[in-house]
Design a binder for this molecule. Sequence first.
Ligand SMILES: [Mg+2]
Length: 353
Amino acid sequence: MRIDLMEFLPVTLQRKETFTIARGSSAISEAIFLAVHSGKRTGHGVAVPTNVTRENVHSVLNTLQGFARTFGGVEFEKPFQLQERMDKLAANQPSARAAVEMALFDLSAQAAGMPLYAYLGGRRDRMLTDMTVGIMDTDAAVDRARRWAGVGFRALKIKVGRDWKADVKRVKAIRDAVGKDIELRVDGNQGFSWSDALSFARNARNEGVAFFEQPVSVDDWEGMRALTESSPIPIMADEMVLTPDDVKKLRWSNAARAVNMKLMKHGGILRSMEVNTLCEAAGYPTMVGCMGEPQLSVAAGLHFALAQKNVHWLDLDSHFKFSSDPTSGLRFDKGELVAPSKPGLGIDVKFPT
Ligand SMILES: [Mg+2]
């Protein structure tokens, strides 16, 4: 296959309601959509840069401009042939690399006539996802939790990390409202001190919480280790794991029991496979999550997850929360996200004219 042309376009995605986590609030998400044209086919990708990946819209646009110059006219059979060159050109721009690689995988799987999850070796086509409830007062959170459970979600992720006593109260109220059959997960987004995180976990221990994501700062390896050893709710690392080396460090430090993976953090599907393989070897089950992403890259995350047996959980919910998304094609059925059966990513991309 030949890369004839790369085009990209930054788009601001509007959320239906402001989303609040321990480290801040946001009503929008910035996405840079990418199209890679090859003969009669077009592969699509998208980058969603955030402070977690230490990128922004400008750095991603610069990186994509460089990629467009370098890769115009280049022939490839499989995406891994371009991966090392992208790593060298833009080591610190993982979401930009993820966008290009996603489009290359879309093209390759289209050429093979298979949906991407099958092209990657996956056999299942759907998986349970959670829905996230942001930080808000208890009544509002209970209302959201009831509403999401009412439309079929069987797992909810509750954002915590600002005030552990209020967080315990909110988690208990949601458990009482939705009953025992809904799985609850919590995410501290680095907001707690390790001692407050431990107080939260000890007081929420009877609420059946599956895991506790990134309670403390990415720099606090000692806090993560202490919590991994003492918290009655298993600790999951998120923001502190970007590269395969981060997983090795996590294992040597005994600083978590599970890892939340995101294509945007690791730089695409191939690097995510490396991260997941190291996690599996370390005995860490993984989750595949997302930033504030549209259906296009949520689908890429889903295809990846479907092909990896070490992926135990999905947190692919951001696309439900936008008032407009130029991409579509994912189905939600009784709590599960269903991959399109069309070749490639299987996602339609239509920008308003
Ligand atoms: Mg998280």
